[in-house]
Design a protein around this ligand. Structure first.
Ligand SMILES: Nc1ncnc2c1ncn2[C@@H]1O[C@H](COP(=O)(O)OP(=O)(O)OP(=O)(O)O)[C@@H](O)[C@H]1O
Ligand SMILES: [Mg+2]
Length: 284
């Protein structure tokens, strides 16, 4: 088995004639924070979409912890230990903060959702439905234990964003500030205790204070040993938090290495930084 948690080899994805991801290879070791940077449209989100199974690949392989996941669907990949957030943020607007965090955990239920594998079998799918209804109404010791565990995990995640999310715990997501919605989404991903946390521009639309808060939370997660694959435009944050940086342009990797290495790479300055006004620039 590989020493890497994530191994991507020759990954490809095109949209009609456009090669959005053009044969890229990279890996992420356990406990590493790896960031992907690059200009708008360089293929960063597409790469994350491929790793998380949001869209299928047209070529290449993706291996997580020794298991091939490049033909698995999102639910299966989540079960394998990959959780993500989205570039534009995705929360359930009418659910409370706590329920938004809790909702991700339902995919991990076993005692409350027996026979769940049968739900994909047309003639037998009423069996899991009836079993779940019975357990929801009557409950079993195992399902009650599972429920308590879920409540504990939700509390842990609310505690992580204590000052911001605790006061809003029971408020519907639509009433939250943009930054709090993004925090709720990160909390939901973390509640799954993923082997690999995938974040697509977690600070997009945040002001400096909010961005600094996310940075310190990322550093805490890193100190806890969380493996992270991050896409982010704010280069100061990327250079501070990352063990390694991958630079994409036109669907290809044009450079990768330590933050110091990447910062000095002439191809990076040319393709990425040169289009803005130096390090720390925002996307156009
Ligand atoms: N579903 C889609 N259908 C058609 N083209 C797409 C689709 N998704 C992405 N693309 C194209 O693929 C290329 C890469 O897009 P991608 O979203 O991966 O870029 P990105 O690096 O995340 O950019 P940004 O920094 O703006 O978020 C772009 O040219 C984009 O227009
Ligand atoms: Mg993107």
């Amino acid at each position: 088995m590989s020493a890497h948690l994530l191994d991507v080899v020759g990954l490809e994805r095109h949209f009609d004639g456009l090669k959005a991801v053009d044969g890229i290879s990279f890996s992420v070791a356990p406990g590493e924070v790896v960031s992907i940077i690059g200009p708008n449209g360089s293929g960063k989100t597409t790469t994350l979409n491929l790793v998380t199974g949001t869209i299928p690949a047209h070529g290449g392989t993706i291996t997580l912890d020794g298991v091939r996941i490049d033909h698995a669907d999102t639910a299966r990949i989540a079960e394998q230990g990959v959780a993500r957030t989205f570039q534009n943020g995705r929360v359930f607007a009418t659910l409370s903060v706590a329920d938004n965090i809790d909702v991700g955990l339902h995919s991990t239920l076993h005692a409350s959702r027996p026979f769940r594998r049968l739900s994909g079998v047309f003639l037998l799918r009423w069996i899991p439905l009836l079993a779940e209804l019975f357990i929801a109404v009557v409950g079993t010791p195992a399902s009650r234990r599972e429920q308590r565990r879920i409540e504990e995990v939700v509390e842990t995640e609310i505690h992580r964003f204590e000052a911001r999310l605790r006061p809003r715990r029971d408020d519907p997501a639509y009433s939250l500030s943009y930054a709090n919605r993004r925090r709720t989404e990160i909390a939901r991903a973390l509640a799954l205790q993923p082997k690999l946390l995938v974040l697509d521009e977690p600070t997009a639309g945040m002001n400096q204070t909010e961005t600094a808060e996310v940075l310190s939370q990322l550093l805490e997660l890193k100190a806890e040993g969380q493996t992270i694959l991050l896409v982010e435009h704010k280069l100061d944050l990327v250079l501070t938090v990352s063990d390694r940086v991958i630079v994409m342009d036109g669907g290809r990797i044009i450079a990768q290495g330590s933050p110091e290495h990447v910062r000095r790479d002439p191809a990076v300055v040319e393709a990425y930084l040169g289009r803005r006004r130096g390090l720390g620039g925002e996307p156009e």
